[in-house]
Design a binder for this molecule. Sequence first.
Ligand code: FAD
Length: 315
Amino acid sequence: MIKHLGLNTDFSKKELKAAFGQELEFDKDLFQYSSYKTGGKTRLFILAKTVDKLTHVVQTANNLEIPVFIIGGGTNLLISDNGFNGLIIKVNIKGIKLKSETIIECYAGESLMGLVNFATENSLTGIEFAGGIWGTVGGAIFGNAGAYGGEMKDIIIELTLIDRKGIMKTVTPDYCGFDYRDSNLKRTGDIIISALFQLKKGNKQEIKKRVEEILKIRKEKHPLEGNSAGCFFKNIPDPKEKFGKLSAGKLLEEIGAKGLSVGGAKVYEKHANMIVNTGNATSKDIRQLADILKEKVYQKFGIKLEEEVIQVGEF
Ligand SMILES: Cc1cc2nc3c(=O)[nH]c(=O)nc-3n(C[C@H](O)[C@H](O)[C@H](O)COP(=O)(O)OP(=O)(O)OC[C@H]3O[C@@H](n4cnc5c(N)ncnc54)[C@H](O)[C@@H]3O)c2cc1C
């Protein structure tokens, strides 16, 4: 856990800008950085477009003991209506290239779909599973995003990270302890800068076809307009089940989740494990609906659902 020390209010805006740089923004609305389109303001905000900027900002926040939360595309987040009492850094470092015939180097701020498209263009197979997953490459690595039988951990061979003191290191995937929608990065607080992906040479038309098939399935099942954060709860490890996981969506269907709502938050009709913002939801509505779903599943099955969506700020 990263210790949240609280923002020292004795700093003036001028002092903070001098320390972090002129790009530092104050009291910034966060709803625009969340696919849920909910959430309050952050005291401080910086868009980090370069490795040097990110390193400097992280080091400065560490020296000033200012709590930091990193965001990528904001597609797996539930941001408190009370906002965040610290510094939000949006990692926006771009760059993608072939490192060798079958290895892609990609920076954390690239969109995951951009990486899928780059692989397709270069006839590289192995990342088609990620077609249509929202967000950035950094966010996908952090949570070991996956779908349709694939996960980020299957293709990562090396990562460049910085720790919360701003010290850079290059690590192998072992360091990250990847697991189902999990990595040790959730505990260490390391920030992803870039990664190397090992793919295989394939047939471009076949790769394209597979990505299109996946996009089609997603189109039928998922709320395309966004306003969700994907599956709200993780599936439950169960060796007896196909793929070793009991579907949280299945349990939610059985408790009659589809169509349940609190305020502007509603369970999506086509997918019981997705809570959508129908337009005027607050994060509190979404949280309350999630709590009702958790309680109902616990009452019926004795199973405690665990959130896949990550909360930011106090609830
Ligand atoms: C319609 C829809 C469908 C989805 N389908 C899937 C799916 O099939 N499979 C799946 O796994 N997910 C799915 N998601 C969830 C989400 O898209 C993924 O989890 C995605 O990888 C999150 O990336 P992000 O950049 O948006 O991360 P964010 O939401 O911005 O952040 C998520 C976490 O990653 C951390 N993080 C982000 N960038 C970095 C970085 N550079 N360094 C360190 N930490 C970082 C943040 O601190 C936060 O804790 C879906 C979402 C939507 C809206």
